[in-house]
Design a binder for this molecule. Structure first.
Ligand code: ITT
Length: 199
């Protein structure tokens, strides 16, 4: 059976494929790009969980197939949790990872080590055509570098150094990142729910 990944973010798609195939889920995973006629849903929620559910339901309603969605972002302690749900468009244009990262680094330029705590958050949602839904969350805590390092991953990975690591997320292998990441935790927690509800 088909399970739709309700996202157009290629970084998420490749991580989700790896996380879900490691978990042995027997579904054909199809990205939202396979349904170009389905418009992007307006992310009007005020939490990661609300937005993940909005995205999953939109694809499920449009296709009649079960869908999973990810809403995620970087929450910076000294910014009171910002960019948070606005992470993908922090510098204005949706999905401009480089501009988002540069703006954030500039905003934090005066913040000294010891005050640069932050975490990635991910809400993983499942929606079924009959309206059934589930959502779980994961987080990855760390500190923010003063300059980017590494070329792996996507988004803010080059500036977040997980607690207990000497490397940034962008310097980890994909498998190392998935093992500890907000997305890995959230979707591994969603797997038994998917099995329960989809069989
Ligand atoms: P979809 O809505 O199509 O899923 P999106 O990129 O708009 O894609 P979000 O609204 O959830 O998704 O925004 C996620 C942003 O948070 C993403 O663009 C990155 O800037 C950041 N982000 C999330 N997970 C990340 C990760 O694992 N590493 C680095 N940055 C991440």
């Amino acid at each position: 059976p088909r399970l739709i990944l309700a996202t157009r973010n290629q970084g998420k798609i490749s991580e989700l494929r790896a996380i879900l195939s490691d978990a042995g889920l027997p579904y054909e995973l199809v990205g939202a790009d396979a349904y170009p006629d389905v418009p992007d849903v307006k992310e009007t929620g005020v939490t990661f969980a609300e937005n993940a559910l909005l995205k999953a339901h939109a694809l499920t309603v449009a296709t009649g197939l079960p869908a999973i969605a990810d809403d995620s972002g970087l929450c910076v302690d000294v910014l009171g949790g910002a960019p948070g749900i606005f992470s993908a468009r922090w510098a204005g244009r949706h999905g401009d990872d480089k501009a988002n990262l540069e703006l954030l680094l500039a905003q934090l330029s005066d913040i000294a080590d010891g005050h640069r705590g932050a975490h990635f958050a991910c809400a993983a949602a499942l929606a079924l055509p009959d309206g059934t839904e589930a959502v779980v969350e994961g987080r990855l805590t760390g500190t923010l570098r003063h300059a980017p390092a590494g070329s792996g991953g996507f988004g803010y990975d080059p500036i977040l150094q997980p607690l207990g690591e000497t490397r940034t997320c962008a310097e980890l292998t994909a498998a190392e990142k998935n093992a500890i990441s907000h997305r890995g935790q959230a979707f591994r927690a969603l797997v038994p729910v998917i099995r329960d509800l989809l069989g």
